[in-house]
Design a protein around this ligand. Structure first.
Ligand code: COA
Length: 157
């Protein structure tokens, strides 16, 4: 399935499609088209999406400021999950962040988002801190980190 996917930078014309995709992945903290489009021009941001037959099926937002990269958002349409697409997006973004000078990647994930936590742990992120009741649904934010040394391999699955 993933062989037919095209990865490309997001553009202003993608706002509505990104908002529709976002609604398939988030409940209490959805981003509308304006929220996605505001990322395109924000400092240090990189927004990459995956298209299948012209339909936006996944997207990732990362930010590099100095030696720290942040994984700001990632979402994969439910019909395209568990095929390695999110892994592909994170690895590609991490390699770009490394090239831009980042030495580690940080992210926040809700403590009740079991699927995403499993995904990040599988990619080698480790839990380093917690922000209590960070999200609108009152769940805590787990702060995860992964080093971006060139020698650190991403798991192969
Ligand atoms: C989290 C998310 C991005 C993962 O996307 P994905 O394309 O399905 O992930 P991958 O196929 O690359 O998964 C790679 C590995 O991560 C782990 N993993 C991914 N999703 C998982 C889940 N729901 N439960 C347990 N493990 C999971 C598995 O080890 C998987 O490998 P496997 O399928 O061979 O077992 C996707 O579920 C999603 O969009 N969720 C809604 C939005 C969201 O929560 N984003 C993160 C917010 S911080």
């Amino acid at each position: 399935m993933n062989a037919a996917l095209l990865l490309r930078p997001a553009a202003p014309a993608d706002g509505a499609a990104l908002a529709a995709l976002d609604a398939t992945g988030f409940v209490s903290d959805r981003w509308d088209a304006d929220a996605w489009l505001s990322e395109l021009d924000a400092p240090g941001r990189r927004v990459v999406l995956a298209e299948a037959d012209g339909v936006v099926v996944a997207a990732i937002v990362t930010m590099v400021l100095g030696e720290v990269a942040d994984l700001v958002r990632i979402v994969v349409h439910p019909a395209h999950r568990r095929g390695g697409l999110a892994r592909r997006l994170v690895v590609e973004a991490a390699q770009a962040a490394q090239s831009a000078g980042a030495e580690r990647m940080l992210l926040e994930v809700s403590s009740i988002n079991d699927g995403a936590i499993a995904f990040y742990l599988d990619l080698g992120f480790t839990w380093i801190d917690l922000r209590p009741r960070y999200y609108r649904d009152d769940s805590d934010a787990l702060i995860l980190m992964r080093a971006l040394e060139p020698s650190t391999a991403w798991s192969a699955s």
